[in-house]
Design a protein around this ligand. Structure first.
Ligand code: MN
Length: 205
């Protein structure tokens, strides 16, 4: 197996204890080592299945295979983005965006509070398992909130992803039980605005 042609679980950019009390060590470990890992394993298994079928010139169920592939790769990629846009509260996490990102948010949503409210509502109301994402449209230069169901549904192609929040139950159930809104509200204490601003700079150029 050529490792470069497959996915692997990235290390977190902080310790498992670093995001507490917003996300406990137990919750973060489980989420990263079990759930994120499952998408890595899942994506690689589908890729291996495709490779094998091509080698043997065998048929594959294209519809089912591609659906599975986008689910697992979507899950893998979104979790990478999620870990990176978090930081311990007060040590890079929390506060408000600055500079050009702050200007873009205010210009689109009129106030930062209005943006927070809309994003919180998007996260709170994602049906079943899903994500809230702040994205950027290069065509209109507008930041846009995207609500992603599962890992791959409702995605608008080509939009840059600036910030994501995982609202699958596995992301918060140990710490917050069924209270998703409480989890979403604590997200604002650990969001890494510097990383979100770096992504914004990449996409707006
Ligand atoms: Mn997750």
């Amino acid at each position: 197996m050529d490792d470069n042609k497959f996915y692997s679980l990235p290390k977190l950019p902080y310790e498992y204890t670093a995001l507490a009390p917003q996300i406990s060590e137990e919750q973060l470990k489980l989420h990263h080592q079990k759930h994120h890992q499952a998408y890595v394993t899942g994506a690689n298994a589908v890729l291996e299945k495709i490779d094998k079928a091509r080698k043997e010139n065998a048929d594959i169920d294209m519809k089912a295979t591609l659906k599975e592939l986008s689910f697992h790769i979507g899950g893998f990629r979104l979790h990478n983005l999620f870990w990176e846009n978090l930081a311990p509260s007060g040590k890079g996490g929390g506060g408000a965006p600055k500079g050009e990102l702050a200007k873009a948010i205010t210009s689109e949503f009129s106030t930062f509070d209005r943006f927070k409210k809309e994003f919180t509502q998007a996260a709170a109301s994602a049906e079943g398992s899903g994500w809230a994402a702040l994205t950027f449209c290069r065509k209109t230069k507008r930041p846009l909130i995207m609500q992603i169901e599962k890992h791959n549904v409702n995605v608008i192609p080509g939009f840059g992803i600036l910030m994501v929040l995982d609202v699958w139950e596995h992301a918060y159930y140990l710490d917050y039980r069924n209270d998703r809104v409480k989890f979403v509200n604590t997200f604002w204490d650990i969001v890494n605005w510097d990383v979100v601003a770096q992504r914004f700079d990449t996409w707006r150029k």
